[in-house]
Design a protein. Structure first.
Length: 265
């Protein structure tokens, strides 16, 4: 199942004229899937299977327990003793979906969506053509979580000084700063440690204090703590592609609302 925002992005890119092959490469989606999304006008509907095999959960749990978690033996018992014809890969998937063979997935964190409480910063490196030569540029994005407002700018070089300049420009443009800025464990703002144990560089602590916010690093292996910002930076490449397509070498700040409806500042 493709994320709804990504489906919407595919359809918008199609309307802008981006080829299917290019979208497939940039968004890491198969070309057949992209064609299906375009045909459905950006609305991805889950596939319906009429021949989906239904097996009693209690039966699977009992066999999985009796076979001491040996899936191959569970498959043999289903076919030989229960007379249920099912592929081994299908059985493995079914055990996973029913959370029998592996523990249920848990969210890394649940944070209330409070107006004006949180903003998220993310960076991504892209390769674009400038004056006919392939050049790496850094996309820097600041995202107000509740209102969905975003400030995006490209840099040839992105360091700590550039990060402070970017945040200053974004906050001056909005005329407002949230209380917290969620970042990954980047050395641009982090001195040592990770996650809640991260120690922020004193220079950046002082910088944030001038605008009334503090930097907070998300935990290791918990990038979805700020996936809202990461989601939008994953679509930045289509903007860079448009710049190349229109023959522009200019990378000015972009102020936009993305692929969702703002809920107010």
């Amino acid at each position: 199942m493709i994320d709804p925002d990504k489906c919407n992005a595919v359809y918008l890119l199609h309307q802008e004229g981006m080829p299917v092959r290019e979208m497939s490469r940039r968004l890491n989606i198969s070309r057949n899937t992209i064609r299906r999304i375009i045909k459905q006008k950006g609305i991805e509907s889950p596939p319906q299977r009429e021949d989906k095999i239904q097996i009693d959960r209690e039966l699977l749990e009992r066999l999985y327990r009796d076979c001491e978690h040996w899936v191959q033996r569970v498959h043999e018992k289903l076919v030989e003793e229960e007379g249920i014809q099912i592929g081994y890969s299908t059985l493995t998937r079914l055990l996973g979906e029913l959370e029998i063979s592996k523990p249920p997935k848990t969210r890394c964190d649940r944070v209330p969506d409070v107006p004006g409480e949180e903003m998220q910063h993310d960076t991504t490196v892209y390769q674009v053509k400038l004056s006919g030569q392939k050049t790496k540029v850094n996309a820097s994005l600041l995202y107000l979580r509740y209102s969905k407002r975003k400030y995006l700018k490209f840099y040839r070089v992105f360091n700590r000084f550039a990060m402070k300049c970017f945040l200053h420009e974004a906050l001056m443009h909005w005329g407002y700063s949230a209380k917290q800025c969620i970042i990954d464990n980047t050395n641009l703002a982090r001195l040592r440690g990770t996650g809640k144990n991260a120690v922020i560089v004193p220079e950046m602590v002082s910088f944030g204090g001038q605008y009334g916010f503090e930097f907070i690093c998300h935990a290791i292996n918990h990038p979805n703590r700020k996936e809202s910002a990461a989601c939008y930076t994953s679509f930045v490449s289509w903007g860079a592609w448009l710049l190349m397509r229109r023959g522009s070498d200019s990378f000015r700040p972009w102020h936009f609302s993305g692929f969702c409806t703002p809920r107010g500042s």
